[in-house]
Unconditional design. Structure first.
Length: 108
């Protein structure tokens, strides 16, 4: 599956790309969970939540959001969702969701 099929969006802070949010590949119904990951420490849950509400105003009504650990970050390589690779893996399995990799714009 391509990352672009999961409606990815860049998470910005002060105009800088600091992360992405996309639909969980295992929850493809009308209101899927959203997976997030950050290239810089995302801050606490309240900070992460406020960023997503600004990005997706109806996020509260639409779906669950899988937040990140406060002091965790990923390495992003690529300038677009079509070429993006993220390391290490994204693991939302503790909340019953997807665990996998984003490699060259593909969900694996």
């Amino acid at each position: 599956m391509k990352l672009t099929e999961l409606e990815p969006r860049w998470i910005l802070k002060d105009g800088e790309r600091i992360g992405i949010v996309f639909r969980c590949p295992h929850c493809l119904g009308p209101d899927p969970a959203l997976v997030t990951c950050y290239s810089k420490s995302p801050g606490g849950l309240g900070d992460q939540y406020r960023v997503l509400v600004d990005l997706i105003p109806d996020v509260e009504e639409r779906c669950d959001v899988i937040p990140c650990k406060r002091d965790y970050s990923w390495t992003f390589v690529g300038d677009s969702f079509e070429t993006l690779s993220i390391t290490p893996s994204l693991d939302a399995s503790a909340s019953g969701h997807w665990h996998g990799h984003v490699t060259a714009g593909e969900i694996r």
